[in-house]
Ligand binder design. Structure first.
Ligand code: NAI
Length: 234
């Protein structure tokens, strides 16, 4: 589980523990990580740190059955507002990070009888959201990466799916709101944007990830599951 120290990742790690799993959290910061989660400091933009952490996870916990590629960062702006350095920074975390972590875990996933990879994309991959050009491009790439990885590894018994959450009330959203001139008005707009009238809870995304990670979804690979309060299709 990458980015498991906060928000959707932390809620998912807790859900997995409730279902009896042993969970490793790879995050660049592990502050306040609760028991019994196993914390490993790693940055998904640093291939060496990922390879080290993934090998340590497999050695200490006895293998790897599931990878949840959740670590991600936000970006606000149109193409006129994000410079090249910002594009490189966000794509490095949100897209290449998922490829690095999955590649590092493949040797153990190939040995698993229940191998599953779940990537966290976003409804930003499916809808034209205002002021999210870079972020949307990064999450669209996650969707395409999911289909490509599912195709490449289906014969090895490794399933790959993704979730597309709507706006989920996590620290990620609270930080992004601070970038707006009127955070309170933007918060109200985010709630109103979901057809259900409220932001999605992290635990609701966690339940979807847990389903895709578990053998209960054994015939599901190369799919995207929306958890979006109806925003994409209603
Ligand atoms: P968050 O900011 O609460 O948690 C993200 C975690 O990822 C943090 O613990 C952070 O330390 C970690 N992280 C960030 N960069 C990292 C790096 N380079 N290496 C290792 N760890 C790193 O965010 P939240 O909201 O839980 O988001 C998680 C995922 O869900 C992200 O991929 C985000 O794009 C996606 N998402 C979030 C939505 C939302 O509305 N909150 C909606 C749709 C998707």
């Amino acid at each position: 589980m990458t980015g498991g120290a906060s928000g959707i990742g932390l809620a998912t790690a807790k859900e997995f523990v409730e279902r009896g799993a042993t969970v490793a959290v790879l995050d660049r910061t592990l502050d306040g990580l609760p028991e019994p989660l196993h914390g490993f400091t790693a940055d998904v933009t640093d291939r060496a740190s990922i390879e080290r952490a993934v090998a340590e996870v497999a050695e200490r916990l006895g293998g790897i059955d599931v990878v949840v590629n959740n670590a991600g960062i936000s970006a606000v702006g149109t193409v006129a507002e994000n410079d090249d350095a910002e594009w490189a920074r966000v794509l490095d975390v949100n897209v290449i990070g998922m490829a690095r972590v999955t590649a590092a875990a493949l040797p153990w996933l190939r040995r698993s009888e229940a191998a599953s990879v779940v990537n966290v994309s976003s409804i930003a991959a499916l809808n034209g959201l205002p002021q999210r050009a870079l972020y949307s491009a990064s999450k669209g790439a996650v969707l395409a990466l999911t289909y490509a990885m599912a195709t490449d590894h289906v014969a090895e018994g490794i399933r790959v799916n993704c979730v597309c959450p709507g706006t989920v009330h996590t620290p990620f959203v609270d930080r992004m709101l601070q970038g707006f001139a009127d955070p309170v008005a933007e918060r109200a707009a985010l709630d109103a944007r979901q057809a259900t009238g409220r932001m999605v809870a992290p635990e609701e995304v966690a339940a979807a990830i847990a389903y895709l990670a578990s053998p209960r979804s054994v015939s599901t690979t190369g799919t995207a599951l929306d958890v979006d309060g109806g925003v994409s299709h209603l």
